[in-house]
Write a protein that binds this ligand. Structure first.
Ligand SMILES: Cc1cc2nc3c(=O)[nH]c(=O)nc-3n(C[C@H](O)[C@H](O)[C@H](O)COP(=O)(O)O)c2cc1C
Length: 232
């Protein structure tokens, strides 16, 4: 019992360290590599993220080739991290792929023991109705994809890498460089590598009462947020 409690507490403390210690990396070492064995762990973590009805509309393009990174840098408003970092994951969302994927997802679910036919029929009906008439598919794919991309970010940080999240890019240019079809939205770039030079300073956050409420929008929550880290 004590063993379990100690290990839970260590995990929590380590995760808290990652969360508070992570910075948007200002510059990457162009010589430090991310081995495939680590990259595979990072990518798999993202693919294991949750999504609505398990539909997984994310599509990730892993850019390592230096020529591609150079072109991507131009498309990304000339942000030099894109060329410096050995890996840039381009997170995209497929707005129509669910139609093709639904039956595969049901079959894979069956293989994992989700075989209740009534539930399967309900899922097929609900997905077709809800997602098929969704008024804002770019927004829907963004919700799902950002969770997966963020999971990759944390796994990279947990493996000791530094990360740079980016939305500063011209979508049409990224689309052209990477051959991305029109029904796929380009959402987010994640540079992964090793910090070079000094890390960014913590830029602070808004006071919690501005962004965090209890029970109703705008209503203060009675929790001392600032103390949480200290108590662990
Ligand atoms: C969705 C998203 C897009 C961002 N886009 C860029 C970007 O294009 N270029 C950049 O230098 N930083 C970008 N950032 C980094 C933010 O500026 C940074 O996370 C923020 O200032 C807070 O700093 P911190 O991450 O070090 O705590 C982005 C962050 C997020 C989450």
């Amino acid at each position: 019992m004590n063993q379990v409690m100690r290990s839970v507490s260590r995990t929590t403390t380590e995760f808290l360290g990652l969360v508070t210690g992570r910075r948007a990396t200002p510059a990457f070492s162009p010589t430090a590599a991310v081995p495939d064995s680590d990259l595979a762990i990072i990518l798999k973590a993202g693919l294991d993220a949750p999504s609505s009805y398990n539909l997984q509309p994310w599509r990730f393009i892993v850019v390592r080739d230096i020529e591609q990174r150079r072109k991507l840098r131009i498309a990304a408003m000339n942000q030099e991290q894109v060329e410096q970092a050995p890996v840039v994951v381009v997170a995209c969302g497929d707005t129509t792929g669910w139609r093709e994927d639904l039956e595969s997802i049901i079959r894979i679910g069956r293989d994992h023991g989700f075989s209740d036919q009534a539930r399967i029929d309900r899922k097929r009906t609900n997905v077709t109705r809800e997602i098929g008439s969704h008024p804002n598919m770019p927004q829907w794919v963004t919700k799902q994809t950002m969770i997966a991309a963020t999971t990759m970010m944390w796994m990279a940080e947990a493996l000791g890498y530094d990360t740079g999240p980016m939305e500063g890019f011209y979508e049409d240019q990224v689309r052209r460089v990477l051959n991305i079809p029109d029904h796929v939205c380009v959402l987010f770039l994640l540079a992964i590598g090793r910090l070079e030079g000094e890390d960014s300073k913590y830029p602070g956050r808004l006071p919690p009462p501005r962004t965090l409420f209890g029970e109703r929008y705008g209503q203060p929550i009675n929790i001392e947020i600032g103390r949480v880290g200290l108590e662990l």
